[in-house]
Design a protein around this ligand. Sequence first.
Ligand SMILES: Nc1ncnc2c1ncn2[C@@H]1O[C@H](COP(=O)(O)OP(=O)(O)OP(=O)(O)O)[C@@H](O)[C@H]1O
Ligand SMILES: [Mg+2]
Length: 309
Amino acid sequence: MAEPAVSAHEVRKIYHRRGAPEVTALSGVSLEVRSGERVALLGRNGAGKTTFLKIASTLLAPTSGHVEVFGHDVDRTPGEVRPLIAVVPQEGKPFFHLTPREQVYTYLLTRGFARAEARRRTDEALGQMELTEVADRLSVTLSGGQRQRTMVATVIATEAPLLFLDEPTIGMDPFARRGVWASLRSLTRKGSTILLTTHYLDEAEALSDRLYIVERGRVLVDGTSEGLKRSTGGSLRVTLTGPAATPEAFGSFGRAYPETGALHVVTTPERLPELLSFALRQQVTAAVGPVTLEEAFLRVVGRSIDEES
Ligand SMILES: Nc1ncnc2c1ncn2[C@@H]1O[C@H](COP(=O)(O)OP(=O)(O)OP(=O)(O)O)[C@@H](O)[C@H]1O
Ligand SMILES: [Mg+2]
């Protein structure tokens, strides 16, 4: 079996700053990303996602524990790791005085690509990110989403064996996000591995083979988005509105919880006809949809918050 792309064991990170209290950002993260996988790290703000990506991409030393990238320890042999990876950092910006074309092209040259190959890849990546029209304007004149697309273009052009993308589609419109998804899928078809973070759970669902939910510096759960959704107790969510839509009346059909003036019930297709005819008799309006990853995330993380407090 091929070596894992990322293998992390009990990674801890405590930030120390003189005169400031210590911050424990990671308290024992173990995870594995297999070669060729697309894996998402999910978690609330401050959960430790960026800290983990920085450690795994050789930008930050762990306090203890270790991470291997394709078998190389990131802390002891960063020089072996760096040629194998490319990173879209959180809130990174392209150089203001370069155009997107110059930015992508020079980055490829510094990574050792020959000029002709660098030019070909630059054109291709700019095209994939739909930046061709603005490719020769200074980055300082680009919109926020166009700058972010430039960051992603720079990294996908490398076709590095392992890509770390920290909120790669932040600020992008729905078309641009789908463009990124398509490019990342095509990269993994060619053999790359992807570890990304995102707060867009539809993106995590569309893109990742597997995901980890991180909370307070620990892995809470890992699995597929399908598996995680199943753990909510059903595949359907029925949204009920009307005076009689109460947890007491509908709780027997599945987990029922009120939100924004409606009652949501997570249930199974088998229970649905009965639920709908009951709702009709109670003069309650019902809308049926699939359970989303967002729902599963809120449940899993919410339960952990309740247990801590
Ligand atoms: N340089 C630093 N010095 C001190 N504390 C830090 C530093 N960087 C991050 N932290 C803290 O470490 C914790 C984890 O931060 P991190 O940036 O890894 O979270 P995150 O999961 O990426 O969050 P977000 O979704 O907001 O990007 C937070 O409590 C944060 O305040
Ligand atoms: Mg972050």
